[in-house]
Write a protein that binds this ligand. Structure first.
Ligand code: THU
Length: 133
């Protein structure tokens, strides 16, 4: 249920390491009926920062999951009147979602609503299964 997933994402943001942007993000993934959470983890070498969605997805994969059933994210430091773009998952995270889910994946975004991965990332890059180009 997306309300529970969203609550888990909001709670996970408390663990964010965001001393540079002060923009804490939490994410929660349901996979194989289990819940995995993540937060953004920044680095003094800025480009090494990883987003909350990817830490949650990678936690699920590291635990053995391969199909993601739902994901939620919460940018808890965004102002109540923030432009929608500030609340949305970045392009890199959308591509990582596409690795482990199809276009019907429900993506629940705090302050925005639920939207499918296919709507967020049409024409995702995909390799044929078991093949290299
Ligand atoms: N961030 C995420 O965690 N997820 C996104 O989809 C977009 C951005 C983080 C990365 C960085 O720590 C902070 O938000 C500001 O860009």
């Amino acid at each position: 249920m997306s309300a529970a997933l969203l609550a888990a994402a909001q709670a996970a943001a408390a663990h964010a390491h965001a001393p540079y942007s002060h923009f804490r993000v939490g994410a929660a993934v349901r996979a194989d009926g289990r819940l995995f959470t993540g937060c953004n983890v920044e680095n003094a070498s800025y480009g090494l920062t990883i987003c909350a969605e990817r830490t949650a997805i990678f936690a699920a994969v590291a635990a053995g999951a391969r199909r993601i059933e739902a994901i939620a994210l919460a940018c808890v430091d965004a102002a109540a009147d923030a432009a929608p773009g500030l609340l949305m998952p970045c392009g890199a995270c959308r591509q990582v979602m596409a690795e482990f889910a199809g276009p019907d994946l429900p993506v629940t975004i705090a302050g925005f609503g639920t939207i499918s991965l296919g709507a967020l990332l049409p024409h995702a890059f995909r390799l044929p299964p078991g093949e290299t180009p």
